[in-house]
Ligand binder design. Structure first.
Ligand code: DI6
Ligand code: FE
Length: 420
């Protein structure tokens, strides 16, 4: 047993290991985990646990009360740092004001950009921390946060600094994506190529210099940037040795997914208009498919992403919230899982894969997403009968406790060692 670490046996749990090969969900009934420091060092049936370890007085024994244990959830696509909100617009749209009219009045993404530029880092931190809190309460232990509401160097970096500051909390890991190519800011109207120049030669280098970007994202769409422009952003990312990902084929099929795959992208995201060629390119490149049912729902989209084709091609399917103030104000990963099942016909098992093992892959992590020896001890305990139940209700949160990097960060353990 390594010295200096704390050692815990988490017993009396039903393990949804999400490891391949065996039972659905990698289920182990009457299971237990051994946690040493921040790592899982053993996972399996409780009766197979090392007897010497179980009787060692230095080992803390925690009784999970028969709860279901899953890997800590991973939300791999969010825009949760932003200024203001767009609740008024939501109301206006439902009162019949067309989206184009709202945009003309300075609404839409541009209004979020203005508010984000205006707010201080502390103000942005406060609202983002509240939104992130809702995700954490549902067992999320790793989150990706994008920039993209600054669209100038100073504000893009300010957003990413907020994301980094959120990641200093002990109960969450934050991964950042630089999304300078999210929308054209008003001061560049009619000059989108010049804006892409700025993204590549000033904004991204500044973010990289300050260690603020873990990956580079873009929005390839008629209302945003072309395949050619996106390619320039990806070339700049490559020059900085950063992985790429892309908002692609959300509203139309421009072929952004094929471009992303040709750069070995971690993921292509949205994908409602993805075609068979794009699916094949993803399969060849090992690019994950992030589906975002929250945006589909709020935009009243009717074209579903080609889930059958993705399945047949063996492309890893990932589910995320896309938490943002416009197209997806979804502060709940469990709700996104439910929507992925109801709207896109994922099975509950696929949805749980999509927020654990496959989401880890979409962020380039190999050290999380499964309950197995060698993985980070990010563990959520749930008051449910079986893992499929996570996707079943809307608006319920059965999360009873969370371990992040081996420490209990949510829930409590009573004097007898039982999780409350
Ligand atoms: N796709 C989306 O759905 C969001 N961004 C993107 O690239 C929209 C963001 C917003 O409406 O604020
Ligand atoms: Fe998005």
């Amino acid at each position: 047993m390594p010295q200096g670490d704390t050692h815990t046996i988490l017993r009396n749990i039903r393990l949804a290991t999400m490891a391949g090969g065996g039972a659905p969900y990698g289920l182990v009934e009457n299971g237990a985990l051994v946690i040493s420091g921040d790592e899982i060092t053993w996972a399996g049936p409780e009766k197979a646990i090392d007897a010497g370890l179980a009787s060692d007085p230095g080992v803390q024994i925690v009784d999970g009360g028969g709860r279901v244990a899953t890997p800590g959830l991973i939300d791999c696509h969010t825009h949760l740092v932003y200024g203001g909100n767009r609740a008024n617009e939501f109301e206006e749209r439902l009162n019949g004001v067309p989206y184009a009219e709202i945009s003309r009045r300075g609404g839409g993404i541009v209004s979020t950009v203005a508010a984000t530029r205006r707010e201080s880092q502390d103000e942005l931190f406060a609202s983002a921390a509240r939104r992130l809190g809702y995700l954490k309460a549902e067992g999320v232990t790793t989150v990706e946060i994008k920039s993209g509401y600054g669209l100038d160097t100073e504000t893009e970096c300010k957003m990413l600094r907020v994301a980094r500051a959120l990641g200093e909390a002990p109960d969450i890991d934050v991964v950042t994506s630089f999304l300078g190519a999210h929308a054209l800011p008003p001061e560049f109207a009619g000059r989108s190529d010049e804006f892409i120049d700025l993204v590549c030669t000033e904004m991204l280098p500044a973010a990289v210099r300050d260690g603020l970007a873990d990956a580079v994202d873009g929005f390839c769409e008629n209302i945003a940037f072309s395949v050619e422009q996106t390619k320039r952003v990806f070339e700049a990312a490559e020059a900085h040795e950063l992985p790429v990902k892309l908002h692609a084929e959300q509203l139309s099929n421009l072929g952004g997914t094929k471009l992303a795959a040709s750069f070995g992208a971690l993921s292509a995201d949205h994908l409602e208009y993805l075609d068979a060629d794009g699916v094949a390119a993803m399969a060849d490149a090992g690019t994950a498919a992030v589906i975002l049912p929250g945006a589909f729902y709020y935009l009243r989209e009717t074209k579903e992403p080609p889930v059958d084709l993705l399945r047949e091609a063996g492309v890893p399917i990932v589910v995320a919230t896309d938490l943002n103030p416009g197209s997806s104000p979804v502060n709940s990963l469990l709700s996104a899982m439910n929507m992925a099942c109801v709207l896109f016909r994922l099975t509950p098992q696929e949805a749980l894969h999509g927020v654990t093992v496959n989401a880890a892959r979409a962020l380039g992590f190999e050290d999380r997403g499964r309950l197995e020896a060698g993985q980070k001890a990010d563990i959520a305990l749930w008051d449910i009968e079986g893992p499929g139940e996570l996707c079943y209700p809307l608006g319920a949160n059965p999360c009873a406790a969370v371990f992040k990097s081996g420490s209990l960060v949510r829930g409590s353990v009573d004097g007898a060692g039982a999780v409350q």
